[in-house]
Design a protein around this ligand. Structure first.
Ligand code: BTN
Length: 249
C-alpha cells in the first residue's frame, strides 16, 4: 500500500551523517516511515563504496529519508534505487534542469554529477524492513575542486534557498513511489531505463579487461547492469564497470 512521505522533517544544524542519524532513530524505535532528516553541515558525510561525501556548509541539500517498504522482497530492493533516482530526475525537470541517471543512481547534468544517493537497506530475513535513503544534492555550491560536478546554481545561474527545494522533491518522490505501487517494478524500470546513461546508445566503458564501446541493455532483477558488447551480453556489479566521460564525474 502506498504511504506518502514527508510528514515529519527534522532539520539539524550539524550532524556526522544524516544516514547515521536515521539509523540511530530506527534503532531507538523512532524512525517512522516518511521522516526526512536534513542537515546544514555533515562532519562525516558518506558516499558510495566507503567514499567521503564533501559539501560546503549550508550550500547543499543533505538529507535522508526513512521508508517502510511493506515487506519488499530483498530480491526487489533495486526498485528503491530506481524510484529515488527517478524522483531526482523528475524534480530537476520541474525546476528546468534536464538530467540523466548514471547507474545505479548518480544524477548527471551535462555529464557532471549534481546529486548522489546512498541507500542502506535494513534486511529482515528475505525482506527489507526500513530503507535509509541518503541524498546529497548540489544546490548553491559553485566550485568542486577536482571533481566534475555541478549544482542547481551553476545550471540556472541563480541562488535558491536550500530548504525551498525540499517540499518539491518530497512531492516528486511521492509521485514516483505511488507510481510503483500502482504499476509495479517493470513499469518503473521502463522509466528508469529511459533516463539511464548509455541506454540503447554506444558509450565508452571500462571493465577489468579494458576499455570498450557498448550499450546498456537493461537491469537484472538483482540490480546488476546488463551491457551489450559486440553481440555479447555481460553483467556488472558496482565497481566492476565504469563509464568513460570526457571529464570523469
Ligand atoms: C555518492 O557517493 O554518490 C552518494 C552520496 C550520498 C551523500 C548523502 S548526503 C546525505 C546522506 N548522508 C550521508 O552521509 N550520505 C548521504
Amino acid at each position: 500500500m502506498f504511504k506518502p512521505i514527508g510528514q515529519k522533517i527534522i532539520h539539524l544544524d550539524e550532524v556526522d551523517s544524516t544516514n547515521n542519524y536515521a539509523a540511530i532513530l530506527i534503532s531507538e524505535g523512532k524512525g517512522e516511515h516518511g521522516a526526512v532528516i536534513l542537515a546544514d553541515i555533515q562532519t562525516a558525510g558518506r558516499g558510495q563504496r566507503g567514499a567521503e561525501w564533501q559539501s560546503k556548509a549550508g550550500e547543499n541539500l543533505l538529507m535522508t529519508l526513512i521508508i517502510d517498504t511493506d515487506n519488499l522482497s530483498a530480491m526487489d530492493q533495486f526498485v528503491i534505487s530506481e524510484v529515488t533516482a527517478l524522483s531526482m530526475v523528475s524534480f530537476l525537470r520541474k525546476i528546468g534542469i534536464s538530467s540523466m541517471i548514471k547507474w545505479p543512481n548518480d544524477i548527471l547534468v551535462r555529464e557532471k554529477k549534481i546529486a548522489g544517493v546512498l541507500i542502506e537497506n535494513q534486511l529482515q530475513g528475505a525482506y527489507i524492513g526500513k530503507s535509509i535513503i541518503g541524498i546529497g544534492l548540489n544546490v548553491n555550491q559553485l566550485s568542486f575542486n577536482e571533481l566534475n560536478a555541478t549544482s542547481i546554481r551553476s545550471e540556472l545561474n541563480q541562488f535558491t534557498p536550500v530548504v525551498d527545494l525540499l517540499m518539491s522533491w518530497i512531492h516528486s518522490f511521492n509521485e514516483e513511489w505511488a507510481f510503483y505501487h500502482s504499476f509495479g517494478r517493470e513499469k518503473v524500470e521502463e522509466k528508469y531505463l529511459n533516463c539511464l546513461f548509455g541506454w540503447n546508445c554506444f558509450v565508452e566503458m571500462e571493465d577489468f579487461n579494458g576499455r570498450f564501446f557498448g550499450s546498456v541493455d537493461g537491469i537484472e532483477k538483482s540490480g546488476k547492469l546488463r551491457v551489450k558488447k559486440e553481440g555479447e551480453f555481460l553483467q556488472y556489479d558496482l565497481k566492476e564497470l565504469r563509464f568513460i566521460f570526457q571529464n570523469r564525474p
